[in-house]
Write a protein that binds this ligand. Sequence first.
Ligand code: SF4
Ligand code: MSK
Length: 661
Amino acid sequence: MSEQKQRSVDPAVLEMVEVAAKHGLPTIWDRLDAQKGQCRFGREGLCCRMCFMGPCRVTEEGKGAQQGICGATAETIVARNLLRHVAGGAAAHSDHGREIVKTLFLAASGDSKAYQVRSPGRMRALAAEFGVPLDGRSDSDVAGELARLFMAEFSKQEGTLLNLQRAPEAQRANWRAAGVTPRGIDREIVTGLHMTTMGVDNDPEHLLLAAARVALADGWGGSMIATDLSDVLFGEPEPLRSAVNLGVLKEDHVNILVHGHEPTLSDVIAAVSRDPQMVAEANAVGAKGINLAGICCTANEILMRHGIPIAGNFLQQELAVMTGAIDLLLVDVQCVFPALARLQECFHTKVVSTSPKAKFPGAEHIEFHEEHALDCARRIVRMAIDSFRRRDPAKVRIPKVHERLVAGFTTQVVFRILGGRYRPSYRPLNDGIQAGRLRGVAGVVGCNNPKFTHDECHLALVRELLRNDVLVVQTGCSAIACGKGGLLAPEAAARYAGKGLQEICEAVGIPPVLHLGACVDNSRILTACAEMVKEGGIGDSFDKLPVVGAAPEWMSEKAVAIGMYFVASGISVVIGQPLPVEGSRVVVDFLTRKMREYFGATWSFQPDPIKAAHLMIDHLDRKRAELGLPPPMYEVPYAPQTAEGTPVFAAATVPAPSATS
Ligand code: SF4
Ligand code: MSK
């Protein structure tokens, strides 16, 4: 039991881990154990496989080879590897964005029953922002032009991204000076990959600046397009209540679980599963209805817009199947364990893959094309109903654990909530920061990673921030973790927030933790920061704002891209496990110190969530002092790291790379 305790702080997870152990079913933690002694060269970024004279592994330390066969040094290899990770993450987000643009084209054509513009107001506001003429034009006309405008952002060969106009001039000046203003999204990713190919770019700083440029193309390009156009197509989220954790599964219903990242199919599944005809078909096989729930960011997408409950975050995907209650698991792209399809050997669950980009041996592949979305969704829901008939009640064990949450916050919604529908404004937020009721704002985002006790770092870090009057905004699996931990519940302010944050939450009617959506919706943090700057009084650029980011349990390349676009946009970031860069002092120094010279922000690595929270709070307090703002209004007892002489917001504590594994 003590070993299982270390695996998660979530009682539903602990219960299912026990079930898995009892039945000899391997989980992600067992597979991590089987990998014990992970390669140090890989962890520190020192393994190069860019050409087939290699693979080469090097060390800075003088033990073993100090150069690859071609002469590449540790600095070059580490920087190249990091740029490749950023390109991978940016490609994932941006390809998602491209699919959303394609769906907007379809909606604009008027040929689709499944897709229409659900937020014409948001669409027209976007069109006006980007100079698309509106007078006398139909919604479909405007949608078509907007789709063409944004699709061109991917392949743009000349000029820079349109969304950059949303950034403060100081950030744009930084990007120009550093030569990292992103051009077309595809171009930046391709150029980044080219630069890392054998015998191209050797200069670590040049490679790392290219990584910043690729990441900016993601944050201000692919991800931001995905967010904006999803709001146009699927509806602008509004605050709503729902529930989270494995207890949302229903023993007497057909349970369909959607998992991955793209909202295009899951949005239609949400509608079809409520279709009376489908419900009648479910009733006919003995089910009381159809219960839809989600995992990871597909879940966040349909939570935000439909209030569909969430069954769990990244590390819960296979445990959900092990409840024996999932009749069909629908997957699209990103963060899906290849191990899932193998669970079909033990459970009746039908695993269905849908993306032309992602097949899973053993899973049934029903390729999804937006043009046939309704037919595809009906076929899948019927498969789930059929699968329900094969469910073995003796195998069903659903942990009776779930928590209530509030979600559905966006840059625009926060605008309206804070200022009222008739006087939308970020003024109350800026006022709260200026007066010191709020210390600042933190974005806490990212994945789970089995190297950490599941969810523990998210919860500990966010609780510590709340206690210290820091307003928290969240996305991805971190939001799900905090939802399960009760931090997104309506009464969370009273239970967890410091006095100043409580006062703000009560005055303007917001919870202390705002769920902003999926991983691509980290772009909402950029646009919210732009609004804070525009409102004035707390800094005229991102790097001056009392704002900070964190990803305590990150695991994905997408998190590397997100962190990089935050830092390159002037928002300092603290992450749990270090980036795979410890093999090069030059690269560590660039990320944790020198990026401040270029962008006004840095990376920091701190696996202890309380220490990480204190680094973040110190950072906010320093920003406040630089702005001449008063100290926080309410004293909260904690020992700042600075008092112990620990360097503030720098990874100077990262040890020099050690010798071979
Ligand atoms: Fe080795 Fe150089 Fe090839 Fe990398 S590029 S594998 S360091 S020879
Ligand atoms: S799903 S990228 S595990 S947050 Fe977006 Fe969660 Fe990380 Fe995937």
